[in-house]
Design a protein. Structure first.
Length: 323
């Protein structure tokens, strides 16, 4: 395989980050986008050999062995399917597709054609999440009792997808990974204020076995940026705060004692967990390239993406019913 064999389809808001990382990793062959000005800009910045305005033309290029798809979510299924059928390995931004049937079809095509299919659930490659999973498996937190996640910002507003589909997939992916099971029940509620039927804020509640629950609060109508995950165990509590420059993962040893049949909280010392200094997106991109090289299944493969999509679809159904 030639050293430069990957093309990025879509070089806008997030695609430019993929261009930078795959260029740094030495595999960027070409870029594709209908915006001629963007193509010219990134071709000059990253010394890209070829550019395409139409992804269908790109897929005919035999020197392109893999593609990274960073288009609007509504196009993910169409482009990923075409790329797999053209014999390309595919790295696609979340979500894999907009419904379970489409995702299952993509997984089937990838399996039948022997293609690598990976979804960029970027938090799975964050050093804090990797360490948190290790602590949970080791039993440091004890029995998991409750998980909650806040992903809030006054940021990029979208019209082609609501806040649930824009913000929540990463948190759903992480929570499913930590719990290692699908929820038995999914509830969701929210509201839209700016655009009809495009939810600006949602709360998704997942109920698992053994009374474990988790909720995900997402909004793009928030006065400041917050990306926080709290995992409550019966031994320790963990807080992952991704907006912090340092001390992103902290453990708290709070206890609850019963005094004369009354619960009394006793605050313990907090412990900062030392983490490796790694960029999650670059780690995800490197992981994809390693899977392409040795033909192995990615950590966030089509099946993992399907599990996330099932929760998204269940939550959307509850929103549509005005739950």
């Amino acid at each position: 395989m030639d050293k430069k064999y990957l093309s990025v389809i879509g070089v806008g808001y997030w695609g430019r980050n993929l261009v930078r990382n795959f260029s740094d990793l030495g595999v960027l062959h070409s870029i594709c986008d209908p915006n001629a000005d963007l193509l010219k800009q990134f071709q000059a910045e990253h010394n890209v050999a070829k550019t395409y305005s139409d992804y269908k033309e790109l897929l005919l290029d035999p020197s392109v062995k893999a593609v990274a798809v960073a288009t609007p979510a509504v196009l993910h299924y169409e482009i990923t399917k075409a790329a797999l059928l053209a014999g390309k390995d595919v790295f696609v931004e979340k979500p894999l597709a907009l419904n379970v049937h489409e995702a299952q079809e993509l997984i089937k095509i990838a399996d039948e054609r022997g293609r690598v299919l990976m979804v960029d659930h970027i938090l799975q490659f964050h050093p804090a999440i990797i360490k948190l999973k290790e602590l949970i498996h080791r039993g440091d937190l004890g029995k998991l009792q409750y998980i909650y996640s806040n992903r809030l910002n006054i940021g990029k507003l979208r019209s082609e997808e609501n806040i649930l589909w824009s913000f929540a997939p990463h948190d759903i992916s992480v929570i499913l990974s930590l719990v290692e099971e699908q929820p038995k029940k999914v509830d969701a509620f929210g509201e839209y204020y700016l655009q009809e039927k495009v939810y600006d804020t949602t709360m998704t509640i997942m109920s698992f076995s053994d009374r474990l629950r988790a909720h995900i609060f997402v909004s793009w109508l928030h006065p400041f940026k917050e990306q926080k995950l709290v995992v409550v165990g019966d031994k320790k509590m963990a807080v992952f705060n991704d907006t912090q420059e340092e001390n992103k993962l902290v453990l708290y040893s709070h206890k609850v004692h019963w005094v004369h049949r009354v619960p009394v909280a006793s605050k313990g010392e907090f412990e900062t967990v030392v983490l490796e200094k790694k960029e999650p997106l670059k780690e995800a991109c490197a992981h994809f390239l390693a899977c392409v090289a040795d033909r192995s299944q990615p950590r966030t493969d089509g099946k993992e993406a399907l599990a996330v999509l099932k929760v998204l679809n269940q939550a959307q159904e509850k929103l549509d019913k005005g739950h």
